[in-house]
Design a protein around this ligand. Sequence first.
Ligand code: AMP
Length: 130
Amino acid sequence: MPTIFTKIINGEIPSYKIAEDKDHFAFLDINPNAAGHTLCVPKREVDKIWDLSEEEYLRLMAFSRKVALAIEASVPCERVGISVIGLEVPHVHVHLIPLQSMKNATFQHKEKLTPEEFQKIAETISGQVK
Ligand code: AMP
């Protein structure tokens, strides 16, 4: 059975898309630690990040870096943090999180956004992806 992220990549489930290339897809996390919290996902369905080949891992990181620079350029924050957890969705994803403080990194405090706010943030970040 395809993962929820594969369904998002295939357009079967809606998402607030940020960027895409041949092998990767980036979209806003629906339950964000902070506004602009983005997930970067390889299209190939692999559960754990360490099960990617070295080349796939490095390419995912290069894609995530591009997206992180776009977040940094468009979302007010101290810096953009990176986490890999994977306890909820068994399909590799890199969390990119705009940080104001350690609170944003803990996954214990969530920000509520309206669909309009999600849409606006997605457009702002995706407009900065080089
Ligand atoms: P984890 O697997 O623990 O790294 O967490 C999975 C993340 O995916 C969580 O932060 C969820 O909020 C996020 N998530 C789950 N379903 C969706 C979805 N349909 N759209 C966007 N983000 C999602």
